[in-house]
Structure formats: structure tokens, C-alpha cells
Design a protein around this ligand. Structure first.
Ligand code: A2P
Length: 344
């Protein structure tokens, strides 16, 4: 078996650190790992597979040493600057940012759904947006069997998806409240907001990423456009409302789907049960449905509240929860590398 060399760019960030954990768990046939971050973290020590590694500063010559693969989790600007340099030196880049996702020559990959698109690819591969990834697993078998006619996404997204500053805003909110006499929650100290325009603690913010001229946010348009690309349904009617909620980790999504063909609920449950990477948790008589605190730390996508939408002819509602840092980012990226190794 060939031994590979892998670089992790953004190894000190929220996603990067989870990439390291998933790599430890999977133990792929990789003989050399190098961890990169910005100049701020250069020289920092990271423990990985019981060995100490020194974080390197990313620069133009970082990819001179013949890496086979690089996982980038350092944002769009870093990806735009360094991913093409890495690719030009023969390194296959799996990029977590939105920089290349909609490029027509860049595969946008959820391995359980469209792994075949990375066969013979030698450049950049994009990891989809976290909220898109988890929706793809249940939607793929539904589309294959019944043909999806329309999708309505409503998301409840955790602060971990907004990096260290978003987590800090929720932590500070938790630390700075007390219950008032009237039992209403009030903020005590004023604290500096690092990421969000309003306190995320005790609020739901219908605002993820920037607003666009069409009234949607970039996050909403990412879900719409990326779903169409991954399912290979360029004209599928889709709408989305994405909401940041005061949850530390795991995105929850209500997905309303209209299908072309009639379906049987038990058959749908069987489809989900047989699809790799999905765990069905749906026993409402015993209050069993997926919740963020239970799904956190898992690599699978959990599906529950599977029921008919009686307001349209072939309508279905599902509730989908996944660890946005694992399956929504780190795990999916490592799975792509695993597939690249399998196909090479
Ligand atoms: P650093 O820790 O040195 O800032 P998060 O999204 O959790 O904030 O993490 C972002 C990750 O991307 C961090 O590892 C960060 O490194 C890294 N990063 C940010 N800018 C650069 C850059 N210009 N070059 C390399 N890594 C970068």
C-alpha cells in the first residue's frame, strides 16, 4: 500500500482541530502530516497521534515538498491564494471554504452521494457548506426513487459554524445573564460582540453570512445552489431560511420536500436506514428524535420526525441533525481524502 503525504491548512481553527481528531480516528495510510496556520500560530505545538507537531506558517513555498493531499479549513481568502499554488504542484486540495464550490470544473462532494465526481480529479475539490452536506444524505435517495419537485429548508444553526468568535459571543452571553424578578432574562454586563450584530444568547438570528440584493443571505443561496449542483438538478425549485440559534454545536434542519411520485412512509424509512451515513431516530411515542446535544461528536446524519405533509399531494417533512464541525466540515473532508486514496 502506498504511503501518502497530507497537509492540513488552518490546523489551529475550530474545523482544523476536528480534522486532526478525525484523521487520528481513521488512521489512513498517510506517512507524513504537516500542519499549517497563519504567522500568529507558527511555532505552536499540537499533539497528534501521540506525537508533538510544530505548526508551520503557510507561505508560497509550503507546497514545494510534494504533498499528495491538502485539507484547507482557513477561509476563502487563504484558499483563493494558496489552493491553486498547491494544485499546481500536484497536490489535490480539499477545500472547506466557499471559494471554489460553484466553479464548474470543481467537484462539490458529499462522498455518500456523489463520490464518483472525484475520480480522475487532480486539482481542487470543494467541501460543501455545512448545512448543505447534512441535507444531501436523506435527499439523495428520495430524489433517486421519487424525484424531488420542490424543497423548503428552515435551519437552526449552531454557533460553532461561525468559528471561534461566534462561540465566544455565545459563551459571553451565557456568562453575562441573570434571571430578573419578573422571571424575564436580562443581560447584566455589556460585553463586546465579536461576531454577530446582536447577542446570540437568548435570540434566534435570521441572518447567516451577508445579505444579498434579492433579500436572501449568502448562506441561504449556498444551500439552494449547492443542493442543485450536488443532486445534479440545476432547475429544482428550492427556498431556504437559515437561522443562527444559541446552540454551541450541531445544526438542526426542518426540510419540507414535495415529490413527483407517491410514496409510502415505511418505504422512506427503509430507504434512509439503508443509506450509508444516515441514522434514523424516529419514535415519537417515546419522545425519540434527533437533538443537538446527543448528535454532537458523531459523524453520521440523524433523521427523525419523518411524516407526510398533508398540505400537498406528495409531501414529506423530515428533521435532520448533524455535527456541523464533523460531518458538516471535518469528517466530510477526511472522507473525501479516504475516497481519493481508494480510487488512486
Ligand atoms: P491562526 O490560528 O494562526 O489564525 P477559525 O475559523 O476557527 O477562526 O480558524 C481559522 C483557521 O485558519 C485557523 O487555523 C487560522 O490560523 C487559519 N488561517 C487564517 N488565516 C490564515 C492564513 N492567512 N494563512 C494560513 N492559515 C490561516
Amino acid at each position: 500500500m502506498k504511503d501518502y503525504k497530507l497537509a492540513v491548512v488552518g490546523a489551529t481553527g475550530v474545523v482544523g482541530r476536528t480534522v486532526l481528531k478525525v484523521l487520528e480516528e481513521k488512521n489512513l495510510p498517510i506517512s507524513k502530516y504537516v500542519f499549517f496556520a497563519s504567522s500568529k500560530s507558527a511555532g505552536r505545538k499540537l499533539m497528534f497521534m501521540n506525537k508533538e507537531y510544530t505548526v508551520q506558517e503557510l507561505n508560497e513555498s509550503s507546497f514545494n515538498e510534494n504533498f499528495n493531499f491538502a485539507i484547507f479549513s482557513a477561509g476563502s481568502n487563504t484558499a483563493k491564494k494558496y489552493a491553486p499554488i498547491a494544485a499546481s504542484k500536484g497536490c489535490i486540495v480539499v477545500d472547506n471554504s466557499s471559494a471554489f464550490r460553484m466553479d464548474k470544473d470543481v467537484p462539490l462532494v458529499v462522498p455518500e452521494v456523489n463520490a464518483e465526481t472525484i475520480k480522475n480529479n487532480h486539482g481542487i475539490i470543494a467541501n460543501p457548506n455545512c448545512s448543505t452536506i447534512q441535507a444531501m444524505l436523506p435527499l439523495k435517495p428520495l430524489n433517486d426513487k421519487y424525484i424531488i419537485k420542490r424543497i423548503v429548508y428552515s435551519t437552526y444553526q449552531a454557533v460553532s459554524g461561525s468559528g471561534r468568535d461566534g462561540i465566544c459571543d455565545l459563551e459571553n452571553g451565557v456568562k453575562n445573564f441573570k434571571i430578573g424578578k419578573e422571571k424575564n432574562i436580562v443581560q447584566t454586563n455589556n460585553y463586546e460582540l465579536k461576531k454577530f450584530p446582536y447577542p446570540i444568547f437568548n435570540n434566534c438570528l435570521p441572518h447567516i453570512d451577508d445579505f444579498l440584493d434579492n433579500g436572501y443571505t449568502k448562506e441561504e443561496m449556498k444551500m439552494i445552489n449547492e443542493t442543485r449542483k450536488i443532486l445534479n438538478t440545476p432547475n429544482l425549485p428550492i427556498t431556504a431560511t437559515t437561522v443562527r440559534v444559541p446552540v454551541f454545536n450541531c445544526h438542526s434542519e426542518s426540510i419540507n420536500i414535495e415529490l413527483e411520485k407517491d410514496f409510502d412512509l415505511n418505504e422512506v424509512i427503509e430507504l434512509f436506514n439503508n443509506f450509508p451515513g444516515i441514522i434514523v431516530l424516529d419514535d415519537v411515542k417515546h419522545n425519540k428524535y434527533p437533538i443537538a446535544t446527543e448528535v454532537s461528536g458523531h459523524n453520521e446524519v440523524y433523521v427523525g420526525r419523518i411524516r407526510k405533509d398533508f398540505s400537498v399531494e406528495h409531501g414529506l417533512n423530515i428533521w435532520v441533525v448533524a455535527d456541523n464541525i464533523r460531518k458538516g466540515a471535518a469528517t466530510n473532508a477526511v472522507q473525501i481524502v479516504e475516497k481519493l486514496i481508494e480510487f488512486s
